[in-house]
Design a binder for this molecule. Structure first.
Ligand SMILES: [Zn+2]
Length: 412
């Protein structure tokens, strides 16, 4: 078993208030800034104390090498806390972190191999530090639901805060927050201010499971859909990618370009923005397809697809827009390529095979489903054996069976 450590950075949205309408403690900008300030304050005060002590040693003719460790620094921190009550506002682990970082800086300085420079006051540093760290003790840093049922980050004493991240990261953080899930652990979180926007960097430990599936690999038929991007014979539905924002931008810049003279500054600017929008659109689609392809192929030993007559769909105006945007043929090409790389059998079923009209249970054809009109029918009952079918799943099963027939085997 291998354990990997990684950092997950998410954007957080602290507010101006300390408490929300449901009387829940929320993370305010003030709290974050005061924690950042306190971190620097402790680091610098302890460092100044040590510097002062060193100079006293020298004045009195002693060696100025002092031991900077947990016990000596904790004494200084205790004195500081008695003198400055505002230090209590900070998370205890973030107070300790300031001290730990100082000790580490001294350790590096005393380490003859590293030859690091003598620690410098944080406030005097060119790159002023705008962060603080909270260690996760007893699950005090986690993802939790607020009273309205929304996912929030809970930061120990500070309260809850809204965040934004990808589905994948959210899932990891949720696993890390579940005390019963041993596969992911949140070790600590660093809160930082990056030019006025706030980020939380979670340091997590994850049990790394090599990508190998246990049990037999699946034979799979794939129906390239229109309302959905694809449906597989085992019932997996892959939704179309939402590309509305990207397309809206493309259309907008195309329009702007048409309104300005070719070669003018505005025309060129719109051209630049248009190119950028296209790039974003294509990248997003590519990423989506890569993910789907990897997912489908890694679980399969045999894949059958239908060489759909996509052109005949495009004649149908309502469909054409979403199909062109999602370019299902590109997805098929990717799957075929990946199958070749991974040595997985890949078969194309003829586009004339009526996969959507045959009942996968009794193999009889439903004559009511002929023609383009059947694209609107999402599910149907077989008039012969009365099996209820989801249109796309049934088609995917038929494609699988036909594919297996072509290579001369049957479902295993
Ligand atoms: Zn039937």
């Amino acid at each position: 078993m291998k354990i990997v450590r990684k950092n997950i950075e998410v954007k957080i949205y602290p507010t101006k208030r300390d408490i929300n309408d449901n009387a829940e403690k929320i993370v305010s900008i003030d709290k974050i800034e005061s924690n950042i300030g306190i971190y620097r304050f402790i680091y610098d005060e302890e460092l100044e104390f040590i510097n002062h002590f060193k100079s006293l040693l020298i004045q009195n003719g002693y060696d100025d090498k002092v031991k900077v460790n947990d016990s000596s620094c904790s004494v200084i921190l205790d004195m500081l806390r008695q003198e400055y009550s505002f230090l209590e506002k900070a998370e205890s682990s973030s107070r300790q972190q300031a001290q730990r970082d100082l000790i580490n800086a001294f350790n590096r300085y005393y380490d003859s191999n590293l030859k690091s420079a003598y620690p410098v006051l944080k406030t005097k540093k060119k790159t002023k530090q705008y962060s603080f760290r909270i260690i996760n003790n007893n699950n005090n840093v986690r993802i939790t639901k607020d009273k309205n049922g929304y996912d929030k980050i809970k930061l120990a004493k500070l309260g809850i805060v809204k965040f934004k991240t990808s589905k994948e990261y959210r899932k990891l953080l949720q696993k890390g927050s579940d005390p019963n899930d041993e596969s992911v652990k949140i070790k600590h979180v660093t809160i930082k201010n990056v030019h006025g926007t706030y980020h939380a960097v979670f340091n997590i430990e994850q049990i790394h499971v090599p990508e190998k599936i246990i049990g037999p690999k699946m034979q799979m038929g794939i129906d390239i859909g229109c309302s959905k991007l694809a449906v597989t014979s085992n019932g997996q539905e892959i939704p179309n990618l939402d590309l509305k924002k990207e397309t809206d931008n493309i259309l907008r810049y195309q329009k702007t370009m048409s309104h300005h003279k070719k070669g003018s500054i505005r025309h060129r600017k719109a051209q630049r923005l248009l190119n950028k929008s296209w790039q974003k659109f294509l990248n997003k689609r590519k990423d989506h397809y890569n993910k789907i392809t990897a997912d489908i192929v890694k679980n399969s030993s045999f894949i059958a697809v239908q060489n759909e007559n996509i052109k005949s769909w495009i004649k149908n105006k309502q469909l054409s827009h979403s199909i062109q945007l999602n370019a299902p043929r590109k997805l098929l090409e990717k799957i075929e390529q990946k199958c070749q790389q991974e040595n997985i059998k890949f078969v194309k079923v003829s586009k004339f095979y009526p996969s959507t009209q045959i009942c996968s249970n009794c193999q009889k054809r439903n004559e009511n489903l002929k023609g383009l009109k059947n694209l609107g029918i999402r599910d149907w009952d077989c008039p012969h054996c009365h099996t209820h079918h989801d249109r796309d799943r049934n088609a995917a099963i038929n494609i699988l069976n036909k594919g297996l027939e072509i290579v001369g085997t049957t479902v295993q």
